[in-house]
Design a binder for this molecule. Structure first.
Ligand code: NAP
Length: 495
């Protein structure tokens, strides 16, 4: 399907950068083809920008900043609410764009629109609560005050797996705080970001407050380098791989920018012997197969107690084998195509390696190509049994629909294995023992823990990791603080 044939509001299908309130081509007039991951065919073209375009965006955002930060929080909240209303009203169009360029089933794409919109609404509401403090003076005749101020221009760099939600949960708090935004979406999914910018324009966000620059993978580093080097850009908010997160931290060291890094994960999912097995299977299905397993909080290592291993595997395999693989727009599809062929190759490498090292293939285990799933990027939902820690999938994020089952025998052993990774984004466990729940929740070294729950993300909760999964939090009241500087005002001579 091509973008123009999918019956989407035509003004949401943008093929230009949005800089300073103007839709324009890249300075070099270079283009990047956007590809439908289901068919591998081109669907649209967007600018393949470079450093000069990134600098133009910085200039626009810097020029817009003084007026924007001077507005009242109430005013900014009203504009964000307008943006929210327009996003929700455009759910069907946005979902089609997400599905077309990203490949997730349409129902999931609608869910992503609702999820992304919820951050815009939340931060519209939080904008008016960026309170400061009055501190009891330690010296007579002084007043000690704390105020929160916007950081300035924020650069947002987003991945392809949640092209709408990741941008919304960065741009909304930044704008609510009084910052202006320059954004670069992933090469695979620029159309969603441009549609979101169009709706921001329609909502009346002033020119230059929200800018989007698209670029190819080859030009990503060069484009972003212009932001890293520029002292006017005060903050980088990034979601993506740990390797690139580290590059951004290194690259912004000279200008000491504030960073929020939402990076990769390697989530453990633990099923204790006292768990409700049926609930654990359902929780795993929700956590693992959303977006075809291409989520940062996707369970990568599923630890099942020896005493319930057989029954858990039996119930899980029955559910996984019944998942329907197909294109995003086919009603009933549950697993769409992977984002690109590189992703399929990584999944294949992990499965081959696991089987060579002794894993048993319980279902799936190969790419799918048939009359329904007709493209090159489909992979069968897979369950591997008897996984061990020598396998690549134990230490690397698979980012696909593959469940690896590890057997364990004691709480002490499984917590040690769960924590034995450089990553620390999310963990899950299922147990009905109250003491164990408290103990294990405390000992897991992650930013998020799902306890008898497979789906925890919410605009009202802080999302983020520890260790090499990064730092900073998105969503909740903590999410606004990431875009605010704390300023201490000390007024003397009052005695
Ligand atoms: P990625 O390769 O790190 O890309 C993320 C973004 O950075 C894209 O816009 C990408 O552009 C850009 N980029 C790539 N190389 C760059 C460079 N050298 N300098 C500046 N920007 C660069 O990650 P991905 O493969 O798209 O996303 C998957 C990863 O994101 C996984 O590890 C996943 O766990 C993580 N993730 C984390 C969270 C979280 O909240 N913690 C949420 C979602 C995903 P191009 O696409 O054009 O290369």
């Amino acid at each position: 399907m091509s973008a123009s044939s999918m019956q989407v509001r035509s003004d949401l299908l943008r093929e230009q950068n949005f800089i300073g309130g103007v839709w324009r081509n890249a300075r070099e007039d270079a283009w990047l083809e956007v590809v439908d991951p289901a068919s591998g065919k081109g669907i649209a073209r967007v600018p393949d920008s470079g450093a000069a375009d990134a600098r133009d965006a910085t200039r626009a955002a810097s020029e817009a900043l003084p007026a924007w930060r001077a507005t009242t929080a109430r005013y900014r909240a009203q504009l964000l609410k307008q943006w929210h209303v327009r996003i929700v009203a455009s759910t069907e169009d946005l979902a089609k764009i997400i599905s077309l360029e990203q490949g997730k089933p349409l129902g999931e794409a609608r869910g992503e629109v609702a999820y992304g919109a919820s951050y815009v609404e939340w931060f519209a509401e939080e904008a008016v609560r960026a309170y400061g403090d009055i501190i009891p003076a330690v010296v007579a005749g002084r007043r000690m005050m704390v105020v929160k101020e916007p950081l300035g221009v924020v650069a947002a760099i987003t991945p392809w797996n949640f092209p709408l939600a990741m941008l919304a949960r960065k741009a909304a708090p930044a704008l609510a705080a009084g910052c202006t935004v320059v954004a670069k979406p992933a090469e695979d999914t620029p159309l969603t970001a441009l549609a979101l910018a169009r709706l921001a324009e329609e909502a009346g966000l002033p020119a230059g407050t929200m800018n989007v620059v698209t670029a190819s993978r080859a030009n990503a580093a060069g484009t972003v380098a212009a932001w890293l080097a520029d002292s006017r850009v005060r903050k980088i908010t990034f979601t993506g791989s740990t390797a690139v997160g580290k590059e951004l931290a290194r690259g912004s060291a000279d200008t000491l920018k504030k960073l929020s890094l939402e990076l990769g994960g390697n989530a453990p999912f633990i099923v204790f012997e006292d768990a409700d097995i049926k609930a654990a299977v359902e929780g795993l299905m929700r956590a693992k197969f959303r977006n075809g397993g291409q989520t940062c909080v996707s369970p990568n290592r599923v630890y099942v107690h020896d005493a319930v291993y057989k029954e858990f595997a039996r119930q899980l395999v029955a559910r996984v084998a019944a998942l329907r693989v197909g294109p995003a727009n086919l009603p009933g599809s549950e697993i769409g195509p992977m984002i690109n062929f590189r992703a399929v190759e990584k999944i294949e490498r992990h499965v081959r390696d696991a089987v060579a090292r002794g894993a048993t293939l319980l279902t799936g285990g190969q790419p799918v190509q048939n009359e329904i799933a007709a493209g090159p990027n489909y992979y069968a939902p897979t369950v591997l049994g008897e996984a061990t820690h020598s396998m690549a999938l134990a230490s690397e994020e698979t980012f696909g629909p593959v469940v690896a089952l590890f057997r364990f025998r004691s709480e002490e052993e499984v917590v040690r294995h769960a924590n034995d990774t450089p990553y620390g984004l999310a963990a899950y466990f299922y147990s009905r023992d109250v003491s164990r729940i408290c103990r294990v929740a405390e000992r897991l070294e992650t930013g998020i823990v799902g306890i008898n729950e497979g789906a925890f993300a919410s605009e009202a909760a802080p999302f983020g990791g520890i260790k090499e999964s990064g730092y900073g939090r998105e969503g909740s009241r903590y999410g606004l603080d990431e875009f605010l500087a704390t300023k201490y005002l000390c007024q003397g001579g009052l005695a």
